[in-house]
Design a protein around this ligand. Structure first.
Ligand SMILES: NC(=O)c1ccc[n+]([C@@H]2O[C@H](COP(=O)([O-])OP(=O)(O)OC[C@H]3O[C@@H](n4cnc5c(N)ncnc54)[C@H](O)[C@@H]3O)[C@@H](O)[C@H]2O)c1
Length: 454
């Protein structure tokens, strides 16, 4: 983006000054997997950070210096508290902030359409407390247009002071608040890149907003990437996740073909990945999980309908990826059948219910679909996951199960590896089990007739 000289209006100047000195008050709204780590980074940088959440239990944990996310050590919360970090459910404190960052959920509805209710509710709660010169930044993943079409109108309508969102065309003296969108790019469980080193894309509604948002994020990220609009920033996030979703679908499809052809897809990917250009490896698995890849692409498919446009790649990738849990169930049935054991009545231990290794996140996890399907077919299913002592009821599942110990594995007709947590000793698991179905290549390098890879 071409750099331009920005005239900073008076009410913004002092806030920008505080942001640049890292003495600004920053509010983070939504203290989940995205919001809490962000809060801690901002606090470490020196900002006076207040976390806002509607979940009183989370607020109470943080106020007591406790973490509720496995990969965030309690010591980090305690340190932030010592630096002045506070958590609250009281939105009135938003009026004290120079900048506020929204990190609330953006799931799909039952009909797989964007559910913006959390963003709407948050905007309605912020609006009465808006003060001139503040900046509101949306981080929740969503379709291009959400910031301007959904967030801004609620904030403009809901504040009694007549404040408007600053747009480039406005009189510099207009009484405004600033708006930006900046997508989150976290990869939970992947510690190979330090959070600071992940470049932060920022799209301001106008150059003043870009300047303010860049000031906040520049304090915690080594590189900020300003783009020309909020829509470009929104679309950037979706492109990144659609790219993953489509490529994962492609390797999932090729895996099924390779299994039929007797070729090891993992060996193929390993060999292809030696190519120093033009190839990026993606890996097959039991199906997509988490709050991003299974959901975000469908935000765009929905929006595309407004333009009479059918996003064929997204739909096809969704179809392939959504069929993977059932493919796993069929593979378990076939593996048992080869041992003359019926799926109905078989005792099956599912290893790992988190959606990916080393995270304590169940959202959209393929394990849940696989367990429900196995149960429907009459199997007697247990699970083990070091991150979950129990599993109950969620948006898309209703299980009432307690984590089984990882002992006496020979009591199970089949041990099914769905999530390859680092804590698992796969050598021992294979040794002690009668049959192992592996959806993650976790048993790579172990030679045993008991292993079936799928
Ligand atoms: N989890 C990830 O790895 C990840 C990565 C990139 C982007 N994102 C995106 O970030 C956003 C947040 O995801 P998350 O994983 O942190 O979700 P989360 O469910 O872990 O956390 C959201 C938090 O927002 C709170 N909340 C809901 N409504 C609220 C309201 N009106 N006011 C205040 N707090 C409210 C919830 O209580 C919860 O604590 C989503 O849009 C998601 O797509 C997530």
């Amino acid at each position: 983006m071409a750099t331009q000289t920005v005239t900073i209006p008076e009410p913004v100047l002092s806030r920008l000054d505080r942001i640049q000195n890292k003495t600004a008050n920053v509010g983070v709204i939504g203290l989940g997997y995205v919001g809490l780590p962000l809060t801690l980074l901002l606090s470490e940088a020196g900002f006076k950070v207040t976390g806002f959440d509607i979940d009183q239990v989370k607020v109470a944990h943080l106020e007591a210096g406790r973490s509720y996310i496995h990969r965030i050590p309690q010591t980090e919360v305690v340190r932030a508290r010592e630096q002045g970090f506070r958590a609250t459910c009281d939105y009135a404190e938003l009026s004290l902030q120079d900048a506020m960052i929204i990190c609330v959920p953006t799931p799909l509805t039952e009909h797989r359409e964007p559910d913006l209710s959390f963003i709407r509710m948050t905007a309605e709660s912020i609006a009465p407390w808006l003060v001139e010169g503040q900046i509101v930044i949306l981080e929740s993943t969503t379709y291009p247009g959400t910031t301007e079409e959904v967030l801004v109108p609620i904030l403009e309508k809901g504040n009694a002071k007549g404040l408007m969102a600053r747009r480039a065309s406005m009189d510099p003296d207009a009484r405004t608040f600033q708006i930006a969108f900046s997508p989150e790019r976290e990869d939970p469980g992947n510690d190979s890149v330090a959070r600071r080193d992940i470049p932060k894309v920022i799209g301001g509604l106008d150059p003043v907003a870009s300047e303010m948002a860049s000031g906040v994020y520049g304090a915690i990220f080594n590189r900020t990437v300003p783009v020309s609009s909020t829509s470009v920033a929104e679309m950037t996030k979706l492109l990144e996740n659609i790219y993953r979703c489509v490529n994962i679908a492609m390797v999932n499809e090729l895996k099924i073909l390779c299994l039929k052809m007797g070729i090891d897809i993992w060996e193929v990917i390993g060999a292809a990945a030696t190519k120093p250009f033009g190839f990026h490896p993606f890996y097959p698995g039991p199906g997509l999980g988490g709050h991003c890849i299974p959901i975000d692409p469908f935000y765009l498919s929905w929006k595309a309908r407004e333009w009479d446009f059918h996003t064929r790649f997204i739909e096809l990738a969704g179809e392939v990826n959504e069929a993977m849990p059932e493919f796993v169930v069929q593979s378990v049935g076939a593996a048992l059948n080869r041992q003359s054991i019926a799926l109905r009545g078989a005792r099956i231990l599912v290893l790992g219910i988190a959606y990916k290794k080393d995270v304590d996140d169940l959202r959209e996890s393929p394990s849940l679909t696989i367990i429900e399907s196995l149960q429907k077919q009459g199997a007697e299913v247990s699970f083990n996951d070091p991150y979950f002592p129990t599993v109950g009821r969620g948006r898309h599942y209703n299980l009432n199960m307690t984590c089984a110990p990882l002992t006496n594995l020979s009591q199970y007709d089949c041990v099914l590896i769905v999530t390859d947590h680092s804590d698992y000793d796969f050598d021992a698991i294979v040794r002690e089990s009668r049959l192992v179905v592996d959806t993650r290549n976790a048993t790579n390098g172990i030679r045993s007739p008991k292993i079936v890879r799928c």
